[in-house]
Design a protein around this ligand. Sequence first.
Ligand SMILES: *Cc1c(COP(=O)(O)O)cnc(C)c1O
Length: 363
Amino acid sequence: MGGNELEYIHNAFDSNWISQYGSNIDEFEKNLENYLGNNSFVTALSSGTAAIHLALRLLNVEECDFVICQSFTFVASANPILYLKAVPVFVDSESQTWNLCPNALEDAIKYCIQQGKKPKAIIAVSLYGMPFMAEEILQISKKYEIPIVEDSAEALGSQYKGQPCGTFGDLSVISFNGNKIITTGGGGILISRNPHFKSRAFILATQAKDKAEFYSHSELGYNYRMDNIAAGIGRGQMETLDEKIKQKRKNHDFYQELVKNSENIELFSAPNNDFFSNYWLNTVILKNELSKEKLREIFTQNDIETRYLWKPMHLQPLYKKCKFFGNNLSGTLFDTGLCLPSGTNLTNDYISRISEVLENEIH
Ligand SMILES: *Cc1c(COP(=O)(O)O)cnc(C)c1O
């Protein structure tokens, strides 16, 4: 926390709107619509996962439909496919952005069409804040007329060619879970350029009540709306976003400087200036003798927390029966990668201890 979060929470108390209605929700949605630009319509929800679930509902994904999903991601990208009893088809990453590989994506689409069913959606992720290859992926989406669900849960503030992540999909998703660049505790948004999607998302997120004087329900809805307290936190957090992005990118520069001459470690960085990452997490790939387990253990001994990379979905027990297209680059990234401390509040002491460990181990 850092901005005026408490003040906005007080507004909610003063107005007595402790519910899924209230001015914080309306204002938070407006803040985000302004921030994202590009005629975005935003619906505030209880989580990013809920937003992905609703995105698939709005695209009429039904039982037994194919949905293509990036394999290298957090499990929340894929689970809503199973909520709808649809069939996930996983696609590998390319080496530039670690996101959807256009060639493998096209192979997956052709496979589904051969099976007699064009996929209903493509879930494209901006992992660790790095935008996916938007031009190539959108071109494939257009060629086969398959909509994109953009999972930019981790990528608020990132851009591709100056356009913000969260505005590339037919439907896009950003998360405000506690671990993301800004947070509402739990929360997320669904974004589109279609006002019809916004009103439908609201209806589905509030139990899908019919327009009637009594409680009448013709279709299946959910309790997925963001509440007015969480949205108050979000309003305060939005005021800190630019500063947080600066700090995240400073962390990246710090790591870049540390490892630039190492042969054992490579920092994952934007392939060129078209890609502007919020560097939500800094990740490294280890080479030669240095294993992720060993480096992690040395960090742990020095009381520094690191994490492994996301384990790809095609390697997860939950998804092991699903089709996968690609050369398993994502599996190699998982085997050799490590996430380094990337908080916006790293202390000088913590930073110098990180430097010490890295300088000892990587040269
Ligand atoms: C966090 C995250 C989600 C889910 O968002 P929640 O708000 O935690 O439900 C989805 N996809 C990715 C890639 C994420 O990192």
